[in-house]
Write a protein that binds this ligand. Sequence first.
Ligand SMILES: *Cc1c(COP(=O)(O)O)cnc(C)c1O
Length: 413
Amino acid sequence: MFSDKLIELKNDILQKYRPQFDRLDAISEANTLKVLDAMRDCKVSDAHFGQTTGYAYGDIGREKLEELYAKVFGAERALVRTQFVSGTHALATVLFGILRPGDELVSLTGKPYDTMQTVIGYDHPSPGSLKEFGVLYNELPMVDGHVDMEHIKDVITPKTKLVEIQRSRGYSMRAPLSIADIRAITDEVHRVKPDCICFVDNCYGEFVETTEPTQAGADIMAGSLIKNPGGGIAPTGGYIAGKKDLVELASYRLTAPGMGDELGASLAGNRLLFQGFFLAPHVTAQAIKGAIFAAALFHELGYKTLPLPTDPRGDIIQAIELKSAEKLIAFCGGIQKYSPVDSFAAPEPWDMPGYADKIIMAAGTFVQGASIEFSADGPLRPPYNVYLQGGLTFEHAIIGILGAAQAIEDLEK
Ligand SMILES: *Cc1c(COP(=O)(O)O)cnc(C)c1O
């Protein structure tokens, strides 16, 4: 089991960081109220929970779910579909739906998330990428992990149709963006070029604060249902929310021109998506409490962590610099051992589609790859950062993190 040293540390941390944990409970309560108010306004009822087939015209469950998402996120319109295979697919649907040959896309948060680089055709025009279709790309590197506010005006040109703003850190040691940061960035972009579209990659950001990017100047945003907004219950899918005309353009890419959002069967049964969205504020808070606990434990053990246990949070991710491949593999093994599914397996580094380096993942999740469930992963490259995220319950996160710390302790014996 766990060493006396780790158990003692755990007890100290639960005391010492009580104010941080309490703060998360307060955010969860505020967001639960927000979701409940919207559910009442939308008159969500049992009739919306069914499955549909074929074209699924007039699918009242699908339409109600999209109305609910739009309301909670303060957006004009939303697409919430299990036909999105992942977050990347939802994000790519926005980009391909809006951008045309000759338009420029500018990332204001430096190098985008690994899978988005492949969508863009970052290093070379990968087959089917935006670059291959003649969309131009530029980026504004981050400075000390923050958006270079002063130089936004220099990278936005008459060709710049859309800027991408990545809220979460992804696989990097930069800081995630707060809603206040997103407000400042979108204000600056719209000051420089009023019709420039501000698009936020909101993956891992939903319900971390009490407002969302679409309530802070973003024109459109997208994310994954097997992260925060699915509440650990959604079996698959993604969402897009934002201005009506922009979401409509994206819908023509999701289905086909002329069809848009009017068809698409609710194959998974909408109850799972409604129930997951209802649970999402609580589950997101549980995950962040787990992240704070991990930061505190590894900080006390002498590791560099980002964020620090007392830092404000902009996403659910906790990065820990482990400094060696051996420790990264041991850490993931420890997490896996205390997972509810596949606890007997030993994670190994593999070539994941869309990622440049080998990735190791600890993922004993009910929904395959769901990173709102307690999981850890990291690319096998120096300085061997592990990225920890999710946790449907705080209790599970505590146990899993102790398991990871124990695996490293055993390595050093
Ligand atoms: C998870 C994530 C994505 C999308 O990843 P999928 O695995 O395709 O859902 C994109 N951007 C960021 C920042 C993410 O965290």
